[in-house]
Design a protein. Structure first.
Length: 398
């Protein structure tokens, strides 16, 4: 649609705009009645109807859209999307040239100039994720640009917004050559099986690439490893290839066992020499304490929120308790990888969780390293809340 609508913002919204904040928050809009159709291009104006910026209307969490340009004369059209995507691909040129890594992010939403849109690369295949109906209505521009600027094998998509059941049975394949899944991608020389047409997940979280490399290169050798909330066992693979004596992978999802076996197998690792447990992580901690099990490396990467028959877990509320369980089964001088993708708090608060857990456990620690998103997950420099990943690798002293 070419017709734009004017959206008035209150003082907070104008202040955010002037600071460069890219998300348009719902509670800053003074005339919400004009927002009737997602995907419309909107002009953001102050109380006196003076132009401030231009964006699109698309409901995403606390936001109603994203700022795209500060120029009144810049059209939100094919050329706009082409410029943004081309620049993003050029920023990842070194990754495209890296023969040891064939899976990474090529467009990261607001960090690359278009909030609500991400694009991941998997060895010739592209996965486009849409986070609102608004940005999805502009898909013809994105797919048109990909047709023009990249030589792809195939394109898949994920709709990560409420579709009210409309697309539940729809295949994720968009165009090109359908993949014969799983396809095997490389990451720092390690192999991972991925499926781009099997629900919301692909088989690997690309934002943890640097953490897997750290585990492989610096922390796994000669250690027994406990990987909690293990999903498909990617951390376990990194640890095993890095010289771990044995890995134990624990996840409540029933399909985690077959998926973890698959990841071990594509790397030539004998999965029968590893341990894979389909059970609640907290139940496993009790089992480990009861049997006096100790590990040289414990990996904690829980979902922000999880519910089982027995527990409701939230990282914002329960991470110290989880970490105390990990401390109890970690050897003296052992390593704990503490990670969270919860964007509702920053690194300072996360480190306070760590400090609280060790104090309550009457234990001590030292931080060996900390990190956040890898470089391909580009985020706005002045707004650290968009850099959601927080990882602290620490050593238990006693």
């Amino acid at each position: 649609m070419t017709k734009t609508i004017d959206v008035q913002l209150n003082a907070k919204g104008i202040t955010d705009l002037r600071k460069g904040y890219p998300l348009i928050l719902k509670d800053t809009v003074l005339n919400p009645q004009v927002l009737t159709e997602e995907g419309r291009v909107i002009r953001l104006v102050d109380r006196n109807w003076r132009f401030m910026a231009k964006g699109y209307y698309g409901v995403q969490n606390k936001g109603i859209g994203w700022v795209l340009t500060r120029r009144a004369d810049e059209a939100i059209d094919f050329e706009f999307f082409e410029a943004k995507l081309t620049a993003a691909f050029q920023r990842r040129a070194s990754l495209f040239e890296d023969s040891e890594t064939t899976a990474f992010r090529v467009f990261n939403g607001e960090g690359d100039g278009i909030g609500g849109l991400t694009i991941d690369y998997f060895d010739g295949y592209y996965m486009v994720s849409w986070y609102s109906a608004g940005i999805y209505s502009l898909k013809h521009h994105v797919y048109g640009v990909l047709d023009k600027i990249v030589d792809y094998r195939g394109i898949y998509e994920k709709k990560r917004f409420d579709t009210k059941g409309q697309y539940i049975e729809q295949d994720d394949f968009v165009r090109g050559e359908p993949g014969d899944f799983p396809i095997i991608v490389k990451e720092n020389g390690m192999h991972f099986a991925v499926d781009l047409n099997d629900g919301a997940m692909t088989g690997i979280f690309l934002d943890q690439r640097d953490v897997r490399k750290a585990i492989h290169d610096r922390y796994a050798e000669g250690r027994t490893v406990l990987n909690t909330f293990s999903y498909t066992g990617a951390f376990s693979v990194a640890a095993s290839l890095g010289g771990a004596t044995k890995t134990t992978s624990v996840d409540l999802a029933s399909r985690s066992e077959s998926k973890t076996i698959e990841q071990f197998s594509v790397n030539g690792i004998d999965y029968e020499q590893q341990e894979i447990r389909v059970m609640d992580v907290f139940d496993y901690f009790r089992y480990a304490k009861r049997h006096e099990l100790k590990f040289g490396l414990v990996i904690l990467d829980p979902p922000s929120f999880a519910r089982s028959k027995k527990y409701t877990f939230s990282t914002a509320r329960n991470y110290p308790e989880l970490l105390m369980d990990a401390i109890a089964v970690t050897e003296k001088n052992g390593i704990i990888v503490a990670s969270t993708n919860n964007a509702s708090f920053g690194m300072k608060r996360f480190k306070s969780f760590i400090d609280k857990a060790f104090k309550e456990a009457s234990s001590t620690y030292k931080i060996l390293e900390e990190s956040s998103l890898p470089k391909d997950f580009r985020t706005p420099r002045d707004f650290p809340e968009f850099n959601y990943l927080k990882v602290v690798i620490l050593q238990k002293i006693k």
